[in-house]
Write a protein that binds this ligand. Structure first.
Ligand SMILES: *Cc1c(COP(=O)(O)O)cnc(C)c1O
Length: 402
């Protein structure tokens, strides 16, 4: 079957909750993907950073296959021999004392919210049902009802109410607003170290540090959603490290699953994650041995292949190259590590048409909101491959200049 037929079937039977580019991928390896018509593309999105290690990484696939043949699921009613090892390795790698595993990013954010609330009642002494959590405008933390309850994006919220109470919104990158918003009932401040979905918004240097100090002073948990920025994407293992900040709780997901199996996690110290007692929270698939075996290898690949350093080095190089593109459509090129955005002027006709043109030129990326083109290639990418991408991108800007 050709692309057109698959697209027609998907549009007929699949719910229309996405607006994908019309490329039907059937095979992938490393940074490359192939469509059903045999065309080859460079993946410049990495499934929103879930494929940081590259597609079908041989070591990760081998770990998946080996584990699949011996044990896949026990539920947490019983113990298995993979979860303890992942828990230990994750804690050693990130420097936290405890971890709780879930499946999707949104679930892990929900878990962080539940943890913060329980912590506030047990450790901070708040009266039942009074805990508040502060989040930032234009955040993206996932799609469950509680998580969209503190979204400011009308598209994510419309017709999904009633919402979960207990959240307060302040502007991103505004430490003073945080200080003002904190009350005796504030349990936590939840923030993305860089707002990726909002258009690759990088906060002013010092913001995270200041925000962390304010939280500490007020006995408020600082929660970093590192689902997209974490595990190397921005050139540090955790994006908070750029400012020397150690969050009280971090949420990771996406590339923790090595691009092939969903797994997410919340990490914190015993004083915070220790609030959970048996039965108070859980997930049938959370911490399952297949996910854990994959995640263990996914983490080892990040370490062995020095993907964090590569993201820093190639990101800096590529950002510099992109900044040389002269186009009347470009308002700003910005990024950190290999998380890069090109913001277009509203008059440019939207980022979507640039992404369509880039697709035709063999490079797959996706607009975020209307006017930002997001680039997030797998972290295994090399300089020559970025040069190849640069040629395509520069070419598209020349072509669409008029
Ligand atoms: C992708 C993402 C999520 C949600 O993860 P899912 O696995 O899609 O539920 C949450 N926060 C951030 C910052 C993300 O990038």
């Amino acid at each position: 079957m050709k692309s057109k037929q698959f697209i027609a079937i998907e549009d007929k039977y699949g719910a229309h909750n996405y607006h994908p580019l019309d490329v039907v991928i059937t095979r992938a390896k490393g940074i490359w993907v192939w469509d059903v018509d045999g065309r080859k593309y460079l993946d410049f999105l990495s499934a929103y950073s879930a494929v940081n290690q590259g597609h079908c990484h041989p070591r990760i696939i081998k770990a998946l296959q080996t584990q699949a043949k011996s044990l896949t699921l026990t539920s947490r009613a019983f113990r298995n021999d993979q979860w303890p090892m992942l828990a230990k390795e994750l804690c050693q790698m990130t420097g936290y004392e405890m971890v709780l595993a879930m499946n999707s990013g949104a679930e892990a954010v929900e878990t962080a919210v539940k943890t913060a609330r329980k912590w506030a009642y047990q450790k901070k002494g708040l009266a039942q049902d009074t805990a508040e959590i502060i989040a930032c405008a234009n955040n993206f933390h996932g799609r469950t009802v509680t998580v969209i309850s503190f979204s400011t994006e009308p598209l994510y919220r419309k017709d999904f109410g009633p919402f979960t109470p207990g959240f307060k919104i302040i502007p991103f990158n505004d430490a003073e607003a945080l200080e003002k918003a904190i009350t005796p009932n504030t349990a936590a401040f939840l923030v993305e170290p860089c707002q990726a979905e909002a258009g690759i918004l990088i906060p002013t240097e010092g913001y995270l540090k200041r925000a962390k100090e304010i939280c500490e002073k007020n006995k408020v948990l600082f929660i970093a959603d590192e689902i997209q920025t974490g595990l190397g994407r921005t050139g540090k293992l955790l994006a908070c490290e750029h400012e020397g900040v150690r969050a009280d709780m971090i949420v990771i997901g996406k590339s923790l699953g090595g691009g092939c199996y969903p797994i997410s996690a919340v990490l914190a110290d015993q004083a915070v994650l220790g609030v959970f007692k048996p039965g108070e929270h859980g997930s049938t698939f959370g911490g399952n041995p297949l996910a854990c075996a994959v995640a263990r290898e996914a983490l080892r690949v990040i370490k062995d292949e020095k993907l964090v350093a590569n993201a820093a080095k190639q990101g800096q190089y590529f950002l510099g190259r992109l900044k040389t593109i002269k186009s009347r459509h470009i308002k700003e090129v910005r990024g950190k590590g290999l998380l890069i955005g090109i913001e277009l002027y509203p008059e440019a006709g939207g980022a979507r048409r640039f992404c369509e043109a880039l697709k035709d030129a063999g490079l797959l990326c996706k607009e975020t909101h209307d006017n930002v083109i997001r680039f997030a290639p797998p972290l295994i990418i090399k300089k020559e491959e970025l040069d190849w991408a640069y040629q395509r991108i520069a070419g598209v800007f020349t072509k669409l200049e008029t």
